[in-house]
Design a protein around this ligand. Sequence first.
Ligand SMILES: NC(=O)c1ccc[n+]([C@@H]2O[C@H](COP(=O)([O-])OP(=O)(O)OC[C@H]3O[C@@H](n4cnc5c(N)ncnc54)[C@H](O)[C@@H]3O)[C@@H](O)[C@H]2O)c1
Length: 374
Amino acid sequence: MAKRKTNNLVLVTGGAGFVGSHLVDGLIASGYRVRVLDNLRRPTHTGGLPAWFNKKAQFVRGDVDKKSDWEKALKDVSYIFHLAGYMDYRMDFSEYVRANAESAALLYEVIVEKRLPVKKVIVASSQAVYGEGKYVCRVHGLQYAKPRDEKRLKKQDWAVYCACGKKMAGPIAQKEDDELMPTNPYAITKRALEELALMLGREYSIPTVVLRYAIVHGSRQTFRNFYSGALRAYAVQALAGERIEMHEDGHQIRDFVHIDDAVAAHMVVLKSSKANYEIFNVGSGRRDTVMDLAKTVAKAVGVRHNPLLKGVFRVRTTRHSLMDVSKLKRLGWRPKKKLEDNVRDYVAFIKGYPEAIRYLRQSYRDMAAKSLVQ
Ligand SMILES: NC(=O)c1ccc[n+]([C@@H]2O[C@H](COP(=O)([O-])OP(=O)(O)OC[C@H]3O[C@@H](n4cnc5c(N)ncnc54)[C@H](O)[C@@H]3O)[C@@H](O)[C@H]2O)c1
């Protein structure tokens, strides 16, 4: 990234976390002054600032669901990346509302009340807003699928069905203006975040951009959460000498985007006025399966690819999820990294945390106790 001198101060909420800390590095490397607002939430954090936190960034410890913390953090800021959010699989439903939706309302409330000269707000949403996704029924054509029936899943029937009872063909990559079918508190509150930000942005002429991330991969990604992404689980198991445990039949398609490509997407929408008041998918543009991911992990760790398929599934998980990234490409962005890059970088990172296997086993026990994996 070319460095340019600028006096613009950029606020990154959640800037001590995975995506945020890489974004902070990218902004500083490009010549921006950066301030971070983060509450260093457990279990992602274990006390103080993580070792990778960029020393050139200012740090404000605070909550995005507290107006006074926004007021402190927003002083003299030109651009805001609002990344702090709540995304575990726990039952504290009101926390999703506070961290993901109320936070956005407070951000615009402070900007409007104090007439802050903010040039742009960019908020982090998720592919989760699409829900089960788009498929084709031979009889009824294009369909937005409903969540899969648990009775069928218990019989290890992983397919997506039309309401008419026929198996559907697909999936089709999601586009930004597709219908949204969020099916859990996380996704519902991310949808609320998107709508609030765009509506208030338009109403008060505060250029606003929504980024819908696919599954982002890279170093610094927490391994302490209850909810475990596939890369964390597979890498940690392979490094511990265990067989990789896979859900369903391993043919689930996912969109895994490398953190460097994700950070590049933020930089593109920051600089482009064409991005204002728009939503962009941030994905890899590939169709990898979780089996491809497991094979790549086994290769990177140097173990035989011999996954364990127990026929279990995680409740409320989509069969497939993939996004069309052509809209972002029209702004000149291109994803450059391969699945091998994602895995190599994560494995190199997680090797430094041998305790990750303990956290993973605990999360599996917790998920089973709450019947989230069946
Ligand atoms: N990582 C992914 O694959 C992915 C995919 C889709 C969307 N997202 C979204 O991207 C954003 C960043 O995710 P991440 O993976 O970097 O997560 P992360 O947990 O690594 O980072 C989130 C950061 O936000 C901070 N935070 C949480 N709640 C806060 C609050 N109330 N006030 C202030 N700070 C708070 C945490 O301390 C943490 O440092 C989130 O909004 C998430 O929903 C991430």
